[in-house]
Design a protein around this ligand. Sequence first.
Ligand code: KG4
Ligand code: ZN
Length: 336
Amino acid sequence: MRTLGIETSCDETAIGVVDDGTRLVTSIVSSQVELHAEYGGVVPELASRKHVEAMIPVLDEALSDAGCALPDLDAVAVTYGPGLSGALLVGLNFAKALAFSLSLPLVPVNHLEGHIYAAWLKRDPANPRSQGPRFPSLVLIVSGGHSDVVLMEDHGRYRRLGQTVDDAAGEAFDKVARLLGLGFPGGPAIDRLTAKHGRAKTLRLPRARLDGAYDFSFSGLKSKVQRIVRGEEGDSPEAAELAAAFQESVVDSLVTKALDAAADNGAREIILAGGVAANSELRRVLAQRSPVPVVVPPPDLCTDNGAMIAACAHYRLAASDVATLDLDINPALQIG
Ligand code: KG4
Ligand code: ZN
């Protein structure tokens, strides 16, 4: 069963091919990072236009890398939300045209659910990365737009236990990196700077306390960094020290809530997913502190890609979740 997955929810035009839901055949990602960098964030109109330009070249590259042709496909999967409306529409309409012309099932995929399925993708079938899901799994989805704590009870069965009450984790990384003059996207920049200069030596930034047991808040932390940068709290430390202290605070909050939720709900494993799951400190601390196995996709499959959409679609299709050609985007789609 060979599935093509199309992802255009934000600023990556991405197509992946996956066999039987777990075997990664190819993942081609055309990033728009340079286009948006000069604006310090994603400009929706520019993103949509770039998706239109990139779609066919990315498809050609994916098929050529997979060594197959369109008639070899068994299904076409596409992200229909959440994300930027214009960007989603490009991928969705492209997927509809492909599915219709090839008489293939069109499988609608929730982008957040897609991120989870990157966890079980195998590059080398002889060396499986994981035994597959051990339900119930506790999933921490941390991306540019979301920070969700979700209990995955089975394929397609989710219960959201917590979320951010303000900024998403990736958004906080991006905003703080901008305050520190580190460029866009901020997460990889802060990760690299901290890896190079080491952990925070003396500075300790606060962790938010919230009523919701598994909820997060990162905007207070961002404001604190802003006050320090402006010199409102005495002499400003070096950018590397501030970046490390910020990352430490975010990682501590994320890991603490995920571990509490896993323990309280009898989770048999923890899955870390979404762009921020590429963060080396988050991966290290979660693996170190978790009493249950932690499953994390390789860094390049944590950020947006089409393979995760194809992987998830395999299980959606098994549950007969097939769309008709009147499928619409859902920019505010959630999980659980
Ligand atoms: O999942 P994703 O690629 O797109 C969305 O669905 O939002 O996540 C993008 C986010 C950005 O905010 C980016 O700064 C963050 O993931 N990110 C990271 C790292 N790599 C990407 N954050 C921290 N450390 C990283 N290494
Ligand atoms: Zn994403």
